[in-house]
Design a protein around this ligand. Structure first.
Ligand SMILES: *Cc1c(COP(=O)(O)O)cnc(C)c1O
Length: 380
């Protein structure tokens, strides 16, 4: 049934690097999110960007029966889910390229609409192929990116409601931040007002939604009847406040096998530009992972990996396909073929995406979404 080439435990023995997706952690996080969502709100699991780098089909396979909706950024992601025979409703956040609108309608993918013009296009296509298109109107209440500006939203919704071939299933908005209470509250208020005014004009939406992860945790009045968690589903925290309020488990463990173990003598260096020079005799391991795999270059001489439940530093520059780890002068237990953890748990210790993000001066979203999609994912 699938194009998904799930690797098995025995095949892992042959992999240089792979991701283990912890399905029980994923279920745990979903339960945590359901626990802090108002009772009448359904869940839209955000699986865009290859499910935040975790693997679109692997994650969808674990989640699709437990959520009401899946959210993707591109039509290709939506169609990949349908090819994988996932029948859960899908909302496409992004704007489909012109030729892809038909495919979205045919595949029962709901489309987010950010302008009357876009709605007109979709309406035309729907009438041509004689199948109604499901749309969710996106309103810009402060994000300043996609969405109909709130000042003209009521009028635009009135126009869109009269177009043929469209089913106005949803209305939604998005938060640029979730910590600043007054800004988010104003957004929620503007969104509520719009829903109410639409309703006075007999325009009602089956789904009304606004909350991303931060919104779910910090603003219960933004839950309406659907919430859209992304990062938190994967066990990552968008902010420290969220960390205090939710107990999540990381879903992703990134492992690699040591390619080669060697000794450096005092004065020997490793990697480009010789940014690490040994001051004493030491044992290093070369890992088959570099920035082309999504391991950040900015972790050069800063990152850490876990081996045998202990932490060891990344030394020298992270290169395109290799990274060196310093096992130290005393340590001689590491052998080629043994497994290190670049991200996630080993024994009692964990390397979190948040900690790597801090060191690499980025955000956890970027750490996980940049992991190369060609690296095999294994659901455990
Ligand atoms: C990415 C995204 C989300 C999820 O955001 P998180 O901060 O990862 O929870 C929700 N809604 C929309 C429209 C998005 O693009």
């Amino acid at each position: 049934m699938s194009e998904l080439d799930l690797i098995t435990r025995s095949q892992v023995r042959e992999q240089a690097t792979w991701l283990e997706i912890d399905s029980s952690a994923l279920r745990h996080n979903l339960a945590q999110l359901i626990g802090c969502t108002v009772p009448n709100a359904a869940i839209l699991a955000v699986v865009k960007a290859n499910a935040y780098g975790h693997g679109l089909l692997e994650i969808a396979q674990c989640l699709h029966e437990q959520v009401s909706y899946l959210g993707v950024a591109s039509i290709d992601e939506a169609l990949a889910l349908r090819r994988f025979e996932i029948e859960t409703p899908i909302l496409l956040f992004g704007v489909p390229r012109r030729g892809a609108v038909d495919a979205a309608i045919q595949a029962d993918v709901a489309i987010a609409v950010s302008s009357v013009e876009q709605a007109r296009d979709i309406s035309q296509r729907a009438q041509l192929i004689k199948k109604p298109a499901t749309i969710h109107v996106k309103v810009d209440t402060g994000m300043g990116r996609l969405g109909i500006p709130k000042s003209s939203a009521l009028e635009s919704i009135g126009t869109i409601a009269h177009l043929d071939g469209l089913e106005l299933e949803g209305i939604f908005t998005h938060f640029p931040q979730g910590e600043d209470d007054s800004f988010t509250r104003d957004q929620i208020q503007a969104f509520c007002d719009l829903i109410q005014m639409s309703s006075q004009r007999q325009i009602r939406f089956a789904y009304r939604h606004a909350a991303n992860s931060i919104g779910i945790v910090n603003h219960k009045d933004s839950h309406f009847n659907l919430v859209r968690p992304g990062l938190t589903l994967y066990g990552l925290y968008p902010s420290d406040t969220v960390k205090r309020k939710l107990n999540l488990k990381p879903v992703l463990n990134w492992r690699a096998r040591i390619l080669l173990v060697k000794k450096l003598m005092p004065g020997d260096s490793t990697g480009y530009d010789r940014t690490f020079v040994a001051s004493e005799e030491t044992t290093i391991g070369i890992l088959p992972v570099g920035y082309s795999h999504g391991y950040p270059f900015h972790l050069s001489n800063k990152g850490e990996v876990l081996f045998d439940g202990r932490r060891f530093p990344v030394i020298g520059r992270v290169s395109m396909d290799y990274t060196a780890v310093n096992f130290g002068p005393q340590f001689s237990e590491a052998n080629a073929g043994e497994v290190v953890t670049l991200l996630g748990r080993d024994g009692r210790d964990t390397i979190s995406a948040e900690s790597l993000a801090k060191k690499a001066e980025t955000i956890p979203y970027e750490i996980v979404t940049r992991i190369n999609p060609q690296i095999p994912r294994m659901v455990v």
